[in-house]
Design a protein around this ligand. Structure first.
Ligand code: UD1
Length: 421
């Protein structure tokens, strides 16, 4: 088990380059299963979730090669299994995207239930509803989801999601890509990585329109061809560095971002007193480290992302006055980090889906434990601000989604080291 040790109190300065988006990569790599040909994917973050997915694909018969840092070549022409290795599948959340991709290409899939960050109960009923609407017979056991083409075969259909779900939207897009007929997903999620997945598939010959709106249409095609594609920058990684500068103070240029994807986050940080300047593909942030209180409600995109809830909570914990933070996507997410922040001196009162955060002048370093990916990121930010030494344990969660986080923060002047226990 690795841990990070952070000596707080240094403002951040310099430049940081944002990696490819985790949540786009973990959708696009399984989507390569739909392609009977060679794909070259650029801007792939080297994080443990990506490594696990590539291992799963390789184990299924795909040829996988890192051509250069950030560039992966994949050839899924010779896939030999529709039951991916369950031990690997259980190591991460996005392995459930193998269901949609395998169903579309081979008409069957037998996929273990996924693992990953357990910050809440994470049902997949909307994914299953979509697969059934496309004509699949779905059998769910305690450990597996078994999918097979039903009596009448698989075919496009109209699906209205009961909740706006990123995972279900992605999985249904994949499942519908190679089926006859047209599929329409209503009440679809609109996250940038859904648009990115659709752009990837369209580059390979799919016919998907409306991604990024709440109605996505997929006209099935017989096959996809190979091609080359570059993943978008990670909105949440960028948001994490912006929040870190807002809280710790400093002056940093955050490079390789799409400022439009960041609006909800940057406007909140500005409201709290940070100075933000948007350029074409980078954002400069300046902060004195003295922030004002605010109100945040997480919502599906284009709302404030639930994946930034914990990081903005640290900013609130250091702001003047009382802030309100309401979680509308994963209610139990506060439990992943609030106790740890309280141990560092934060004043947070969680009442149902709202946290009331009373700003304090200082946090103090202590030993804390990351319980999920974004909670871990928040504890790092808290450690950068706190007086004295903070030790963050369980950082394998952090390394699931942040590429070179130690190197990137160190380059900004942070005093942070990684050691294996
Ligand atoms: C994805 C991201 C995750 C991020 C989350 C919210 C991946 C692999 N994961 O998770 O990092 O934190 O979006 O941006 O990209 N729901 C149902 N039934 C379903 C599916 C979802 O009720 O079948 C509910 C969930 O409980 C939740 C809401 O819908 O309340 C949104 O979930 P969803 O958008 O699917 O999140 P994930 O895809 O799990």
């Amino acid at each position: 088990m690795a841990k990070y040790e952070i000596i707080g109190g240094t403002p951040l300065s310099g430049e940081v380059t944002i990696s490819g988006a985790k949540n786009a990569a973990v959708a696009i790599l399984p989507a390569a299963l739909l392609v009977a040909g060679k794909c070259r994917v650029e801007n792939v973050p080297d994080i443990s979730d990506v490594r696990i997915l590539l291992d799963i694909l390789q184990d299924m018969g795909a040829q996988v090669e890192w051509e250069a840092p950030g560039v992966v070549r994949l050839d899924c022409t010779q896939i030999t299994k529709t039951t991916p290795n369950p031990v690997l599948v259980r190591k991460m959340r996005a392995s459930y995207y193998l269901m949609g991709a395998l169903l579309s290409r081979f008409g069957e899939a037998n996929v273990a239930l996924p693992g990953g960050c357990n910050f809440a109960s994470r049902p997949i009923d909307q994914h299953i509803k979509g697969f059934r609407a496309l004509g699949a017979d779905v059998e769910e056991t305690e450990d597996y989801v078994n999918l097979a083409a039903g009596e009448d075969g698989l075919c496009g259909s109209r699906i209205s999601l009961d909740v706006v779900s990123v995972g279900a939207t992605v999985n249904i897009i994949m499942a519908a890509t190679l089926l006859p007929g047209q599929t329409v997903i209503e009440n679809a999620a609109k996250e940038p990585h859904i648009v990115d997945l659709a752009n990837f598939l369209n580059t390979m010959g799919a016919r998907i329109s409306g991604a990024g709106t709440d109605t996505v249409k997929i006209r099935g095609v017989e096959r996809l061809h190979g091609g080359s594609y570059a993943i978008i920058p990670d909105q949440i990684e960028a948001g994490t560095y912006l929040a870190a500068v807002a809280a710790a103070g400093g002056n940093v240029l955050v490079k390789n971002v799409i400022p439009k994807h960041m609006e909800c986050i940057t406007s909140k940080l500005q409201e709290m007193g940070a100075k933000v300047i948007n350029y074409d593909d980078c954002i400069r942030i300046r902060s004195e480290g003295r922030l004002r209180n605010t109100t945040v409600k997480t919502r599906p995109y284009p709302g404030f992302p639930t994946d930034m809830q914990a990081q903005i909570c640290v900013c609130m914990a250091l702001a003047d006055g009382v802030s309100r933070l309401t979680e509308n996507v994963y209610e139990t997410r506060f439990f992943g980090y609030c106790t740890e922040l309280q141990d560092m001196g934060a004043e947070i009162l969680v009442n149902g889906k709202t946290a009331i955060v009373t700003g304090t002048e200082k946090l103090h370093g202590t030993e804390v434990c990351a319980h999920d990916l974004r909670a871990g990121a928040a504890l790092i930010i808290a450690g950068l601000v706190a007086e004295g030494k903070t030790t963050v344990r369980n950082v394998h969660f952090v390394e699931r989604g942040y590429e070179n986080i130690i190197e990137k923060f160190t380059a900004l002047g942070a005093r942070i080291t990684r050691t294996d226990d």
